[in-house]
Each structure stands twice: as C-alpha cells, then as structure tokens.
Design a protein around this ligand. Structure first.
Ligand code: HEC
Ligand SMILES: [Ca+2]
Ligand SMILES: [Ca+2]
Length: 169
C-alpha cells in the first residue's frame, strides 16, 4: 500500500496542473450563478482571462491570493466561498498547486533536458546523486519533470540506471 501510494505521489510530481481541464471545472461546478453568469463582488470566474484580471490570484503565492484565502475560511465566516458548503481538500490543494506553479493557462512542458534534474544544463553525476536522494526519499529535486528518464511514468531506480548508462555512453 505504501508502495502504491509513493508511486501515485511520484506520478503526480511529473505533471503540473492544467487550468482548462482541472481548475475551470471546479469554478464551473461550484462558483456557478454567482461568479459565472454574474460577477458577485466584481469577480467573474467564467474563463482564464477573467480569473487572472480579477486580481484575486497572486501567481506563485497561493497564501497571498484572495481567492485561495476565501476557500479556506471556516463555514461560519460570512466571507467563506462558496457561501454554502465547501470545496474538497483535494480541490483546494489543486488550486493552491496551480497558483504556486505560476497560475498558467496551460500545463508547462519541462524547461530542462530529460535527466538534467538539477537544471544546470549538463547531464552528469550530480543528476544521478540528486535523483538517488529523491528515490531514497531523502530529498527533492529542482526539475521532477526531467526525472522519468526511461519514460515509464515512474521515477525510480531504473531511471538512475538509464542515466548512468547514458553518461557512460
Ligand atoms: C451563492 C453565490 C456565490 C457562490 C456560489 C460563490 N460566491 Fe464568491 N462571492 C459571492 C458574493 C455575493 C461575493 C461578494 C461579497 C464578498 O466579498 O463576500 C463574493 C466574493 C468572492 C470573492 C472576493 C472577490 C473580491 O475581489 O472582492 C472571491 C475571491 C470569491 N467570491 C470566490 C469564490 C469562489 C472561488 C467560488 C467557488 C468555489 C465562489 N466564490 C462561490 C457569492 C458567491
Ligand atoms: Ca544536471
Ligand atoms: Ca521511469
């Protein structure tokens, strides 16, 4: 079970949040009449541009984003959103992740070459060391998106082996 769970965690590290398929549906389903057809409090959540222009998102900082702050208020607060009920923790975390990743309109592809997990432009032993620490659960790496070297959707010892082989040529 622990093993399956850690695979799920690693799998989710490989992909960033996609606004259209993951965030907009939350707004559509839970912020409906008030913020889609109408703009309650001056806030319209009907599409990406309106969401960003509203100023309720501080890209890169979910804690400073009013939209996030409203979601985590207790049900008893009259500023709590949505006013009746609440989003699930999973939905709230997804919105936080999306904001922290820069509140982008599209999922980003990896900005470094495959295997270059420390992002220094080189594929060498430093990447092997970083990746080994991640796999052993002793650390995090700068570019998880570059870690699945053998492209099997898992980050594990096989990627380390593949990178070592690539380095040794
Ligand atoms: C039943 C109607 C209703 C629903 C559903 C609702 N809101 Fe609101 N929302 C309001 C009203 C009315 C205001 C303005 C009053 C206030 O600021 O509390 C508001 C204000 C806000 C504000 C502050 C806007 C500003 O800049 O002042 C945010 C952020 C917000 N809502 C987010 C959301 C999100 C996200 C959802 C869905 C998860 C949601 N709301 C669902 C009615 C609603
Ligand atoms: Ca590197
Ligand atoms: Ca792999």
């Amino acid at each position: 079970m622990v093993k399956i769970y850690s695979y799920i965690v690693l799998f989710s590290l490989l992909f960033s949040v996609d606004y259209e398929s993951e965030i907009q549906p939350i707004f559509n389903n839970h912020c409906g009449n008030c913020h889609l057809g109408n703009s309650a409090g001056g806030l319209n959540l009907s599409n990406y541009d309106n969401v960003i222009l509203s100023g309720s998102i501080v890209a890169g900082d979910h804690a400073a984003s009013e939209l996030y702050q409203r979601l985590i208020l207790p049900e008893s607060s009259n500023q709590d959103m949505p006013p009746a009920g609440a989003l699930t923790q999973v939905q709230i975390d997804l919105i936080a992740d999306w904001i922290d990743e820069g509140a982008l309109s599209e999922e980003v592809s990896c900005s470094v070459d495959l295997g270059d997990v420390n992002g220094d432009g080189l594929l060498n032993v430093l990447d092997v060391v970083s990746l080994a620490q991640l796999v052993l659960g002793n650390g995090s790496i700068a570019f998880e998106c570059a870690a699945d070297y053998n492209d099997d959707d898992l980050i594990n010892v096989l990627d380390i082996v593949s990178i070592v082989n690539a380095i040794l040529g």
